[in-house]
Design a protein around this ligand. Sequence first.
Ligand SMILES: Nc1ncnc2c1ncn2[C@@H]1O[C@H](COP(=O)(O)OP(=O)(O)OP(=O)(O)O)[C@@H](O)[C@H]1O
Ligand SMILES: [Mg+2]
Length: 464
Amino acid sequence: MIKETGGPVILIAEDDELSRRNLADLLEQWGYRVDAVTDGREAMDAAVANHYDLVITDLRMPRVDGLGLLRFLKEMNPDFLVIVVTGYGTVPSAVEAMRMGAFDYVTKPLREDLVELAVQRALSYGKLREENIALRDHLREKYDFGNMIGYSDPMKKVFEMIEKVSSTDSTVIIYGESGTGKELVAKAVHFNSERKNQPLIPVNCGAIPEDLLESELFGHEKGAFTGAIRTKLGRFELAQGGTIFLDEIGDMSPALQVKLLRVIQERNFERIGGLKTINADVRIIAATHQDLERAVEEKRFREDLFYRINVIPIHMPPLRERGPDIAILANHFLRKFNKSKKKNVTELDQGAMKHLMSYSWPGNVRELENLVEMLVVVKGSGRIEVSDLPDKIVKSQSDPVLTSLEFPENGFDFNEKIESVEREYLLKALEKSGGIKNQAAKLLKLNRTTLVEKLKRFNIRGGN
Ligand SMILES: Nc1ncnc2c1ncn2[C@@H]1O[C@H](COP(=O)(O)OP(=O)(O)OP(=O)(O)O)[C@@H](O)[C@H]1O
Ligand SMILES: [Mg+2]
């Protein structure tokens, strides 16, 4: 039989030479790689020096016996997989071995089929466990990114970007629809950067009234304007040494865009009404749901500012493009709200999950989070079924045309598209009704005259 290099490696500890050779031959025939030693002491040395997927050990051996070896291995790594071989008079020890964490035992004289079964079971158990461990590590890694969950390919890319940009001081801009997690990304970048012990100061450029925004950003001196009764530090000053998060930067007024550009270029600013120039040691992270390039084209956003801000773009994928993440996030929110609302909703059943997976999620992760909160609160306990879901989620799925809609990168001619879809359906209806307009009209729930008008418009010649 072919020896598989790279396959599992098994260590045999057995003092009787014939038994050792027979067992080694068998395992090799099955394609495993084998090391064989003659007592527990040697086995210990070998286990320290090499990696083994499985150890098969006799119980009665000189120097260190099987139980001694088992204890040693388990101390070294509790996950060590060990099968013990018991002969006459060592059955009680086999029981003891199982208690100490042996995976299995086989009795002498060895029966090939039973040995094979035990080995296969042990190795596949080990493999499963390995995968579980990998999953756990993966989770831990993701939690480092501020509780951001994501296993889908587009989210993996986002995580990679976060990792890369965190160690730098570069300006980052996060693009994405509402609710896709832009703020979480900003936090992840900051808290994985060297500035993590300094403040992260958010500014919602869209929500602060225009005439206050300048003072919010740069602060003001006492008496700088009516109402400025004391000196106030702006967000740039508060963020010293840390990061400023300019949320919804696309909504900034033209006048403020100029001022921001100046700070970014010169790395300093003044408080309103102040004479002192303040150095700005601040990293900038911006976010927007807008297409800034288009905003530049439409002259709503300064081109020079755009190039200063658009240094490292991170694009957040909409939830509907994250496939498996929808289910994982739904379950994550289920656990979260069960806990915080002290409810006991056990699960989303398969049917319900299917609908969640195919819904379009215009509000993205936030919409999903809100929905699960509502479901947990309203349902309270038991499991969530399709009938618990709001209509908009259940209904949206039934139309395959809508779920297969594609949106080309560079946009498309809306009117042309709609017309070609209309035309296509008219032709299909005629085809189905064998050219009979009355029937075609019925299929399309149109009245006959409307249908006829449309056919005329599209130059389609029907039957009668
Ligand atoms: N990957 C994720 N894992 C877990 N929770 C997430 C994830 N993405 C977003 N959320 C949650 O969804 C909600 C919306 O996220 P966030 O506020 O970061 O989105 P946003 O893109 O900034 O939205 P908006 O454009 O509306 O400001 C938050 O409650 C956030 O905790
Ligand atoms: Mg946000």
